[in-house]
Design a protein around this ligand. Structure first.
Ligand code: E4P
Length: 229
């Protein structure tokens, strides 16, 4: 499963991209509205940083305008994926954008039926929002499982993208269910790093190494190419 970052923040993308684990990014109007920079500037910079698909969302509710916005967003950068909210208008716009060769991320999908319609319209990604389902006491794991199981036998090319992830268990669940992509907020990436045994292990290795000062000297010489191996 590939990992995308769900953010409008260039700083967050810079940090996580440096770990070498990012395959793409998703933005939305709410995330971009939190930032100081303009949306175009942020989207372009995020595209440069991740060098992979970056979803940028249309905001119109009219299918023709959605298509026009999508085409315009695609001029920002070759990595832009047009994010389209699920609706009849969104399906129409998806079909047209796909016919033009533009990649589409159908967003705000909350059921297997919506996923089937999105796939049929040609969506490249179908985004199921786990956290928002949990918020209303609907089992997000069951819905995501049903979406994966519904799309797979039909041999559709749409990729299932797990979105609205609130904690590391959502990420593991999405991977186990066979989702192609998960998009994670920065704080979930941070939470995935943490384990007390890792921290304790690093501290112990460092302390034991430093208890032998000659080891440090040897490593320095090895690093600079002067040591006897
Ligand atoms: C997905 O592409 C959305 O931007 C996102 O995951 C929404 O998450 P939220 O429910 O935390 O706002």
């Amino acid at each position: 499963m590939r990992l995308f970052i769900d953010t409008g923040s260039v700083r967050e993308v810079e940090e996580v991209a440096a770990w070498g684990v990012l395959s793409g990014a998703t933005t939305n109007p709410s995330l971009l509205a939190k930032e100081e920079s303009g949306p175009g500037e942020a989207i372009k910079r995020i595209c440069e940083l991740v060098q992979g698909p970056v979803s940028a969302e249309v905001v119109s509710r009219d299918p023709k305008e959605m298509v026009a916005e999508g085409r315009a967003l695609r001029t920002l950068h070759e990595h832009v994926v047009v994010k389209v909210p699920f609706s009849p208008a969104g399906l129409t716009a998806t079909r047209e954008l796909r016919a033009d060769g533009h990649p589409v991320n159908m967003t705000l999908v909350f059921s297997a039926n919506q996923a089937l319609l999105s796939a049929e319209a040609g969506a490249t990604y179908v985004s199921c929002f786990m956290g928002r389902l949990d918020d209303i006491s609907v089992d997000s794991t069951a819905v995501l499982r049903e979406i994966v199981e519904t799309l797979r036998p039909g041999g559709v090319t749409s990729q299932v993208l797990a979105a609205s992830l609130r904690h590391p268990m959502h990420v593991v669940t999405a991977a186990k269910l066979g989702c192609e992509v998960s998009t994670l907020p920065y704080k979930v990436f941070q939470a995935m790093l943490a384990h007390p045994l890792t921290t304790a292990g690093i501290d112990k290795f460092e302390a034991d190494w430093q208890s032998k000062p000659e080891f440090g000297q040897w490593l320095e010489e090895l690093t600079s190419g002067q040591a006897v191996r």
